[in-house]
Design a protein around this ligand. Structure first.
Ligand SMILES: C[S@@+](CC[C@H](N)C(=O)[O-])C[C@H]1O[C@@H](n2cnc3c(N)ncnc32)[C@H](O)[C@@H]1O
Length: 313
């Protein structure tokens, strides 16, 4: 039994508002569900960011040529299925090493063998790790550039996002860059269906955390007695995903018992949305200066290039 997983789950379910860390969605099955989410009509962030990346990468190539940067080491955090790095590598010819980090190690390993076939000249390193913990990274002599797509930064509380950005700066070192995807604030009529799709795939993804607890931590959640919910909390600028108990029930995990009232929820994920300027202020608190911002049509998604500023050193 993974004791860190167990302790995180027990601590989360002892809170007055029960909560579970979203990183535990992702085992092989969870990663496969996320890939299915990316293909849904309602899930605009994936296709919007993917559609913007070729233009971003072309402009980055000119930017680095002008800055006389001839060699880059690209480090992707939460790399998943490695779909987003492909358009970047196709344009950004100065990348000679790619490091992919993800908590879902088996899934990442499979994805990286496809990438190796597509880019045979590239040095690829795969790291199974948790980016909420201090990260050990072997830096090459090339200029480091972090890559954090998928608006995964929105899964952190804003203060945790500052901490992540600070740690990423420490990991990547002096004279580094960070390219990241940020989902912007918009109408709930677009936001809510993206996390509450008509095919019920997001519900399966959300419940996968309970399946993992049952299998890996000797739990006895009845999945049919919980329903997936996703609402936009406009005041806090975040989508909240919960699992709501459909009845009064008791659940046991590794021998500890938890009571659920009918309607009580487990808060499983936040997805914060930011105005680009709002995110730039947050990044600058962590020692990163905005170099460029690319906006998708109607401003529904932003990709930003950040550079480590003197204040962050
Ligand atoms: C929202 S998905 C984004 C995937 C991909 N980057 C994309 O843009 O389509 C989040 C990714 O981060 C990974 N992840 C989540 N929490 C993590 C953590 N604490 N440490 C490392 N990887 C994590 C997940 O396994 C998943 O691949």
């Amino acid at each position: 039994m993974d004791h860190v997983f167990l302790q995180d789950v027990l601590a989360g379910l002892r809170l007055p508002q029960k909560a579970l860390p979203p990183k535990y969605f992702y085992d092989q099955q969870g990663s496969a569900y996320f890939d299915q989410i990316c293909q849904l009509d309602e899930y605009y962030p994936y296709r919007t960011e993917l559609g913007l990346l070729p233009e971003v990468a072309r402009e980055l190539k000119h930017y680095f040529e002008r800055a006389s940067v001839s060699s880059l080491q690209l480090v992707e955090f939460g790399a998943g299925s490695l779909h987003k790095v492909k358009p970047v590598l196709e344009e950004l010819s100065m990348v000679d090493e790619f490091v992919a980090l993800d908590i879902s190690g088996e899934h990442l390993k499979e994805a990286s063998s496809d990438l190796a076939e597509a880019f045979p000249q590239l040095t690829i390193k795969v790291v199974q790790g948790d980016f909420t913990q201090p990260m050990q990274m072997e830096l090459s002599s090339a200029t480091p550039m972090g890559f954090f797509p998928g608006s995964t930064i929105g899964n952190f509380e804003p203060e945790e996002a500052v901490e992540f950005l600070r740690n990423a700066g420490t990991t990547l070192g002096e004279e580094s860059y960070l390219l990241l995807g940020v989902d912007t604030k918009k109408d709930r009529a677009i936001l809510e269906p993206a996390y509450n799709d008509s095919k019920g795939v997001t519900a399966l993804f959300n419940k996968n955390i309970l399946t993992r607890i049952n299998r890996e931590l000797d739990g006895n959640f009845d999945l049919d007695q919980f329903e997936h919910t996703a609402i936009y909390n406009q005041q806090l600028g975040r989508i909240e995903m919960h699992l709501r108990s459909l009845t009064k029930q008791e659940v046991s995990i590794a021998g500890e018992r938890f009571q659920f009232a009918e309607g009580e929820t487990i808060h499983t994920e936040n997805s914060y949305k930011y105005h680009p300027e709002e995110f730039e202020r947050l990044a600058s608190r962590a020692g990163w200066s905005p170099e460029s911002v690319w906006l998708a049509a109607d401003g529904i998604f932003a990709i930003m290039l950040l550079r480590r500023s003197a204040a962050g050193r």
